[in-house]
Ligand binder design. Structure first.
Ligand code: SAM
Length: 233
C-alpha cells in the first residue's frame, strides 16, 4: 500500500493518520499494527513505514527508511481546456503519470466549462501519483482565462501549441531545451483569434499531432508522449 501524506517524512518520524486514511488502511485494506506502508509527501521521496497504532478514527505510522529519493519531473507544464468531467479527470491522471510539473486548466473561446473543482482535480493528481509509484505531485492550478495567461506569459518558457488546423501537415516539436508548456484546446478547437495570437508569439511553436483530429484527452497524452520522448529525461 502507498499513501500520500502531508507531514514531513524522515527516520523514526511518527505520522498521525487522518480519519479517512485510517478507514482506508484498517477498514478497507484490513491492515494492522506491524504492517508495512510506503509513504510519500511530494517533497521527501518515498519512505517505508510501519503501522504503530491502529484505530477506527486514526492511527500512527512510523517511518523506517527511505526507499526512493525525491525526484522532480522535467520542466513541462500542461495547459488544457477542461472538457467533460470524466475526460478532464482522465487528463489530470495521465499527465501526473507521464510527469509534468504543473497542470493549468485554461478557459479558451470555445471552452464550455466556466469553473472546475480544483480540489477534486488535485485529489486526482495525488491518487494518480499513489498508483504509479511517483514521488512528485503536480500542482493543479485554478481555471484561468487563456487570454490572461498569455498576457503575462514568461517568454523563456516555450509553448508547444497543439493546433488541430495542422492535422496532416508538418509541425514538429523543436528540440529546444529549457522550460516548456503544452497547450491543448477544447472539443471545439481554437478560435481564429487565438490561433493568430499564438502564432505571433515567438515562444510558441505550432505542433501537429498527426493526420487525424484527436479527442482533447487523447491529444494531451499524445503531446506529452512526444515531448517526453524528445525532451524529457
Ligand atoms: N473541433 C476541432 C476540429 O474539428 O478541428 C477539433 C478539436 S480537438 C477535438 C481538441 C484539441 O486537441 C485541439 O484543439 C488540439 O489542441 C488537439 N488536437 C487534436 N488533434 C490534433 C492534431 N492532429 N494536431 C494537433 N493538435 C491536435
Amino acid at each position: 500500500v502507498r499513501l500520500f501524506v502531508e507531514q514531513p517524512l524522515g527516520a523514526a518520524q511518527p505520522v498521525p493518520l487522518t480519519r479517512e486514511q485510517a478507514h482506508y488502511l484498517f477498514g478497507v485494506m484490513r491492515m494492522g499494527v506491524g504492517d508495512p506502508v510506503a509513504l510519500f509527501n511530494g517533497r521527501d521521496g518515498e519512505w517505508q513505514a510501519e503501522v504503530a497504532e491502529s484505530g477506527k478514527r486514526g492511527g500512527v505510522l512510523i517511518c523506517e527508511e527511505q526507499s526512493a529519493p525525491q525526484v522532480t519531473p522535467p520542466d513541462v507544464w500542461l495547459l488544457f481546456a477542461p472538457i467533460k468531467k470524466t475526460r478532464t479527470d482522465f487528463i489530470v491522471e495521465k499527465a501526473t503519470e507521464m510527469g509534468v510539473r504543473r497542470i493549468m486548466p485554461v478557459q479558451t473561446a470555445f471552452t464550455n466549462s466556466e469553473r472546475i473543482r480544483q480540489d477534486r482535480l488535485q485529489a486526482h493528481a495525488v491518487e494518480a501519483a499513489e498508483q504509479c509509484g511517483g514521488v512528485f505531485v503536480p500542482e493543479v492550478a485554478d481555471l484561468a482565462k487563456l487570454d490572461r495567461v498569455l498576457s503575462t506569459w514568461d517568454p523563456t518558457r516555450r509553448i508547444a501549441f497543439c493546433d488541430e488546423a495542422l492535422a496532416g501537415e508538418t509541425g514538429r516539436l523543436p528540440a529546444a531545451p529549457g522550460p516548456w508548456a503544452i497547450l491543448i484546446g477544447p472539443e471545439g478547437g481554437f478560435s481564429e483569434d487565438e490561433r493568430t495570437r499564438l502564432r505571433r508569439m515567438d515562444c510558441a511553436s505550432p505542433i501537429s499531432l498527426g493526420p487525424r483530429i484527436l479527442r482533447a484527452d487523447t491529444a494531451a497524452v499524445a503531446a506529452l508522449t512526444l515531448w517526453q520522448s524528445a525532451l524529457g529525461d
